[in-house]
Design a protein around this ligand. Structure first.
Ligand SMILES: [Zn+2]
Length: 244
């Protein structure tokens, strides 16, 4: 997305929310293009350090990670929340653009279509109604996470602007005035108890023999169980969001 489009959306959303740090967040929202984020990818011979893509799942996940960092920093009164939020908004807005072109049943990356859509979006106004719609959403951490991670990128420039603005509004609300899910603490306490039991179960293998192999196996299984316990992660996020 063009820098000026990033700035216009971010400015409209932040000032719409009445933020006094608006100007700094607006400048931070183009940082990922100036100081890119990197990730590591395994190649044939070695591990490569590559720039994070600004479209797709990787970018959407990074957007939410930055949003969470922004929320935590804000609760600690740490000024870096402006940079984190700016970076989150950049990825959210870029992810709203579908960089692919479709031909019959094939979908392929097209710079021409991508640039055309971003140019067209640059000439459109920031949709105020999308800001209002975003602010009136119930912004619990998991709802915001799902909205960002499962967003469907658009090809139509008007739809790109609506989606980018709507999700930016939700993201800003999630940092400064998120909604709490009633009973979240209670559910998290229960989920944590169950989680601890589940994570310890694989170690029962050790009863069959206290060997190094069994121990490694138990660790791996326990790690998998930890990752797959979505119920636990869901309620953990609901509670963590309100703690610095
Ligand atoms: Zn970008």
């Amino acid at each position: 997305m063009k820098w000026e489009t990033h700035r216009r959306i971010t400015r409209a959303v932040c000032s719409g929310f009445g933020l006094s740090s608006s100007a700094e967040i607006v400048e931070a929202c183009i940082l990922p293009d100036k100081q890119p984020d990197y990730t590591y990818r395994a190649g044939k011979r070695r591990v490569y350090r590559v720039r994070v893509s600004h479209h797709g799942d990787e970018a959407a996940n990074l957007a939410f990670d930055y949003l969470k960092k922004a929320r935590k920093a804000y609760l600690r009164a740490d000024g870096r929340y402006k940079e984190y939020l700016g970076r989150a908004l950049h990825y959210i807005q870029d992810c709203s653009v579908d960089p692919n072109e479709k031909l019959w049943i094939f979908s392929f990356r097209s710079d021409q279509a991508h640039n055309g859509r971003e140019d067209a979006a640059a000439s459109l106004r920031v949709p105020e109604e999308a800001i209002r719609a975003g602010f009136s959403e119930t912004c619990t951490p998991n709802r915001v996470k799902d909205a960002i991670r499962y967003m469907k990128p658009r090809k139509n420039p008007e739809e790109i602007m609506i989606l980018a603005t709507f999700l930016s509004a939700i993201a800003v609300k999630a940092v400064f005035a998120p909604d709490k899910t009633p009973g979240a603490e209670e559910k998290y306490r229960k989920a944590l108890k169950i989680h601890l039991v589940l994570v310890l179960v694989p170690f029962l293998i050790l009863l069959a023999g206290l060997t190094a192999l069994n121990f490694v196996l138990a660790m791996i299984l326990s790690g998998i169980v930890h990752m797959l316990d979505f119920y636990y992660h869901k309620w953990k996020l609901e509670c963590e969001w309100f703690k610095p």
